[in-house]
Design a protein around this ligand. Structure first.
Ligand code: SF4
Length: 86
């Protein structure tokens, strides 16, 4: 049955119908030590920048090929467009 979210171009993984992919990413994030995770406020700020980016497509960054929810969680990670983006 279609949920209508399979083709959502502006959705994050947690909003898409592919729950197995989301669970895999969530498990990865949940397993990170606190020092390996950016603060929640900064994480959500990064994700909203991605959501508005022309390289963002259905939870993925077309510039690097990553799920943005994975790329954005690490404190030492930056947008592949450059650090002035996030
Ligand atoms: S990581 Fe950067 S280039 Fe990729 S979607 Fe997010 S803002 Fe755009």
């Amino acid at each position: 049955m279609s949920t209508g979210l399979e083709n959502c171009k502006r959705c994050m993984l947690y909003e898409l119908a592919d729950k197995a992919a989301y669970q895999s990413v969530k498990n990865y994030i949940d397993a990170l030590a606190p020092e390996q995770r950016i603060a929640d406020e900064e994480y959500h700020r990064r994700l909203e920048i991605c959501r508005g980016c022309d390289m963002f497509l259905a939870a993925m960054c077309r510039k690097c090929g990553c799920y943005v929810e994975v790329r954005a969680i690490r404190p030492d990670s930056h947008c592949p467009k450059g650090q002035d983006c996030w």
